[in-house]
Design a protein around this ligand. Structure first.
Ligand SMILES: [Zn+2]
Ligand SMILES: [Zn+2]
Length: 289
């Protein structure tokens, strides 16, 4: 599997000279496999625009988009994804059920009510929709596993397995705690829920994880559905993850700060002789596994 990041920012795009290195686009990752013949996309944040421009050069596209949830930072790029306007393309969209709507209705009206769609004409590609709960299924050679994660709206974590390798995405997720959770519901069994989550990410070759806040900031945003960098690292260590990619960078986080964070935690890991490797998600970053 080859992973390429097109957007790693959370909440809102954050372009500018202080975010050039890690990039300002919101959540979007391409995973290609079987010698680049097969492609899946995780999330459709602003980063998917550039990805779409690359993809339309190919004929008869068969693309699978896995949406984690419907907060705007994860779907704002949908209307700008040019393969939607290509007759020969087939696009399958997976995701949770958006509240009070079917995913098909939600996604189609989100695209068609945008000015770019008015200019390019309506959707031309053949669309297939699949609403997901917690399940395991095969997409030809690829095994897909899903798990609900802790976020103020229904949000899915994805795990993809191929030839003994696994890549897991928990892009918006907060460690469960007893009290009022990210969805505003009372939680009493956080220990059990966290253990279930650790099993979901266990032994991942690569985990792309929500790591929006510094531990000090997190106290202020507890219950918002995002993780501190330290929580993301602790979960990955507990689950024996090989490579952790810190994802969903806060829009205010500058390149210099991200560099500092990575250097700091790499030192801690080295000191403790832990086998995990840590990176901060960066647009254009590619990894093979
Ligand atoms: Zn988000
Ligand atoms: Zn969200």
């Amino acid at each position: 599997m080859k992973i390429r990041i097109y957007g790693a920012r959370g909440a809102i795009p954050a372009p500018g000279e202080k975010t050039q290195k890690y990039g300002g686009n919101t959540s979007c990752v391409l995973v290609s496999y079987e010698e680049n013949q097969k492609k899946i996309i995780i999330d459709a944040g602003s980063g998917i625009r550039v990805l779409g421009e690359n993809l339309i050069k190919e004929e008869n596209l068969d693309i699978h988009i896995f949406l984690t949830h419907f907060h705007s930072d994860h779907i704002m790029g949908l209307p700008f994804f040019l393969p939607f306007y290509q007759k020969s393309a087939q696009i399958t969209i997976y995701g949770p059920n958006p509240v009070d709507n079917s995913m098909e209705k939600f996604v189609k009206s989100y695209i068609e009510n945008h000015e770019i769609a008015a200019r390019l004409g309506n959707i031309q590609a053949a669309l297939i929709f699949r609403e997901l709960n917690e399940e395991t299924f095969s997409l030809e050679s690829l095994k897909v596993k899903t798990q609900r994660v802790n976020h103020p709206v229904k949000c899915i974590g994805y795990r993809f397995e191929l030839n003994e390798k696994s890549v897991t995405f928990t892009i918006d997720h907060e460690t469960y705690f007893d009290g009022i959770n990210a969805e505003g519901k009372a939680v009493k069994e956080s220990e059990k829920l966290n253990a279930k989550h650790i099993e979901f990410i266990r032994n991942s070759d690569i985990l792309l994880s929500d790591a929006q806040y510094l531990p000090d900031e997190y106290r202020q945003y507890m219950g918002w559905g995002h993780s501190s960098i330290l929580d993301a690292i602790n979960r990955a260590i507990a689950a024996n993850v090989r490579i952790l990619v810190l994802f969903h960078h806060d829009p205010n986080r500058e390149d210099k700060q991200i560099d500092k964070i990575v250097t700091h935690y790499r030192r801690v890991i080295e000191r403790k002789k832990l086998p995990i490797k840590i990176y901060a998600a960066r647009e254009g970053w590619e990894y093979l596994c």
